[in-house]
Design a protein. Structure first.
Length: 223
């Protein structure tokens, strides 16, 4: 899952993950990612700047620290200490788009948020998951979404299944979406019904028009 997510993190055409991602409101690309394995190990980074592969730093946090999540300059310093190189994550395109948005906030792209979440089941029947994003385009400086939050953006329970999210992180976090889906699968929901129920719980709290998007994927232990 780390390798799979790295492909997308490297791709400047994907404007919402890794290099070439849309910036925050100050013109800075900030990255959120997390990873979980079949042994209930987890690692995450939030508000990470200037590192090409946040998912690899998340894995490093999981494997080489006693913590689950590092944020901001602490995550950056940890990465540098573990051999990651400083990398300018701002593509020309992202800078130009940000300048246009600064001129007029109506210049907001259609693809203004997205995430890659990858779930895997290996030949031994073990599950893993990884999740990475640059978050919402032009988000307030300091904003962190659901994607690095274990249980919200991603959750793996090797006895049950795995789930991951994309969409407006604020909504996903308030409902702890990925944990909920795995928990529903534990109670017998199939993956499709579990995802639908997680979406239903989010939208049922709104009476007016829903003006945001959320989506989930799920994978059950039996594949
Ligand atoms: N979940 C991401 C965030 O809120 C964005 C997305 O997946 O659309 O940062």
């Amino acid at each position: 899952v780390e390798q799979g997510v790295k492909e997308t993190e490297s791709d400047p055409q994907v404007r919402t993950v890794g290099f070439g991602g849309y910036t925050d409101n100050k013109g800075i690309v900030t990255l959120d990612a997390c990873i979980m394995d079949h042994k209930n190990n987890a690692g995450a980074v939030a508000y990470l700047k200037n590192i090409k592969h946040p998912i690899s730093v998340a894995r490093k946090v999981m494997e080489s620290s006693k913590h689950v999540m590092l944020a901001g300059s602490g995550a950056y310093n940890f990465a540098i200490k573990h051999g990651f190189k400083k990398h300018n994550m701002l593509s020309k395109q992202s800078k130009n788009d940000w300048l246009k948005w600064k001129e007029d906030s109506k210049n907001i792209p259609d693809d203004n948020h997205d995430t890659i979440t990858q779930l895997a089941l290996d030949i031994n029947g073990n599950l893993a998951g990884a999740c990475s994003t640059s978050g919402l385009a032009y988000k307030l400086k300091g904003r962190v979404g659901d994607s690095p939050i274990i249980g919200s953006g991603l959750f793996v329970d090797n006895n049950v299944g795995a789930a991951g999210a994309t969409g407006i992180g604020e909504e996903i976090m308030k409902n702890v979406g990925s944990f909920l889906i795995v928990e529903l699968m534990k109670q017998g929901y199939n993956p499709d019904k579990a995802c639908r129920e997680a979406v239903r719980r989010i939208i049922q709290k709104y009476t007016g028009e829903i003006k945001f998007q959320v989506a989930f994927i799920a994978l059950r232990k039996d594949g």
